[in-house]
Design a protein around this ligand. Structure first.
Ligand code: UT7
Length: 334
């Protein structure tokens, strides 16, 4: 068995900034409500004609991660791409990254675990590298969610939260003595699949239904039972971070940086309190980007590295919770 580590990270967000004040001009909401309930002040949304798609944003983030890792794209052995907003219903975005990077016919796996997508993707990359199957695995997480949000007052509990953007990392074989990724933990509980979902255009709500009945907001836009999701999130976050710490005989005071999925600042603050973490032990950037689903941890990690909030040798814990429900954590020495 080998050890895997993150050798490089990068992120990309669209240029267009969408403020809470702007949202209050198109739906019945206001800056005070959004800031108080979620911590979000602005988010990035793609603009028509800017060329951004989940695949192109992911590719931009990937190029940065590859450069940061100090490798050639041709050295990558496999691509794992996490998104719930792919360019095509099929194939997945992974093959588009393979094409854009102009590399060999390496494998490309797509992950659809929503907000837990990056942690799930990391668990796969970690296993590939640990087993010796690949020396470098590219993990990309990218979301283009703004076009399919219900941007009317009816959808305001969801549309004000979500943003677009991409993050990527290269997972590589660690050198002797490097601790790297210590453990990954993933969970699911399908009985809550309808608490946070977008059912159309799944095969149970296909084109003929749309043709007959037109757009049905309950089917064709994301739906979330916000309170229920919130209550489950805070429990699972704490549980799965605890699982990672227990597995490695560590305690929360040994975490240099916790990067929680950026779902809601109130959730992150709740976990911080429960885990007795200081402000400097938790990294949040939801204020600027909103909830970018699978991409959120990848963007936050890349930004934390960029601004020196995460440095080589730091113990970093990532944790996610979202649709499915699915949740997971990863503990590593960066
Ligand atoms: O990333 C995947 C996982 N997702 C999460 O973890 C999200 C978890 N849930 C949440 O973050 C919160 O539940 C929300 C931010 C989505 C909602 O906050 P809340 O405090 O749970 O609000 P609520 O849904 O209970 O709604 C409270 C009130 C309602 O009005 P009434 O019925 O009390 O008159 C809503 O209609 O706030 C109203 N409301 C809004 N008002 C202004 C809902 N959305 C908005 C809005 N602006 N955007």
């Amino acid at each position: 068995m080998y050890t895997a580590k993150i050798s490089g990270a990068g992120h990309y967000v669209p240029e267009r900034i969408v403020t809470n004040d702007y949202l209050s001009t198109i739906i019945d909401t206001n800056d005070e409500w959004i800031t108080e309930r979620t911590g979000i002040r602005e988010r990035r949304w793609v603009q028509e004609g800017d060329g951004n798609t989940a695949a192109t944003m992911g590719t931009k983030a990937a190029r940065k991660a590859i450069a940061a890792a100090g490798i050639e794209a041709t050295e990558i052995g496999h691509i794992v791409f996490a998104t719930i907003s792919p360019d095509y219903y099929f194939p997945g975005c992974g093959v588009q990254v393979q094409e854009a990077l102009d590399i060999g016919t390496i494998g490309a796996t797509d992950i659809r675990n929503a907000c837990s997508g990056f942690v799930y993707a990391m668990s796969i990359a970690n296993a590939f590298v640990k087993s010796g199957m690949h020396e470098h695995v590219l993990v990309v997480a990218s979301e283009l969610q703004s076009p399919f949000l219900d941007k009317t007052t009816r959808g305001r509990n969801i549309s004000v939260i979500f943003g677009d953007g991409a993050g990527a990392v290269v997972v590589s074989k660690a050198k002797q003595g490097e601790r790297g990724i210590m453990s990954c933990h993933t969970h699911s509980q399908g009985k809550h699949k309808e608490e946070l979902t977008m059912k159309g255009f799944g095969t149970q709500h296909w084109i003929d239904e749309y043709d007959k009945n037109g757009l049905n907001p309950d089917i064709h836009f994301p739906q979330m039972n916000g309170n229920f999701v919130f209550k489950n999130a805070v429990v699972r976050f704490e549980e799965v971070i605890g699982e990672a710490l227990n597995k490695n005989n560590m305690t929360s005071d040994q975490i240099d940086c916790l990067i929680p999925h950026q779902a809601n600042l109130r959730i992150a603050q709740f976990i911080q309190k429960r885990m007795k973490l200081r402000d400097d032990q938790v990294f949040n950037n939801i204020e600027k980007y909103g909830n970018t689903t699978a991409a959120s941890i990848a963007i936050a990690l890349s930004e934390a590295i960029e601004i020196g909030a995460v440095n080589r040798g730091d113990t970093v814990c990532m944790a996610a919770f979202g649709a499915g429900f699915t949740w997971g954590s990863l503990l590593m020495e960066y």
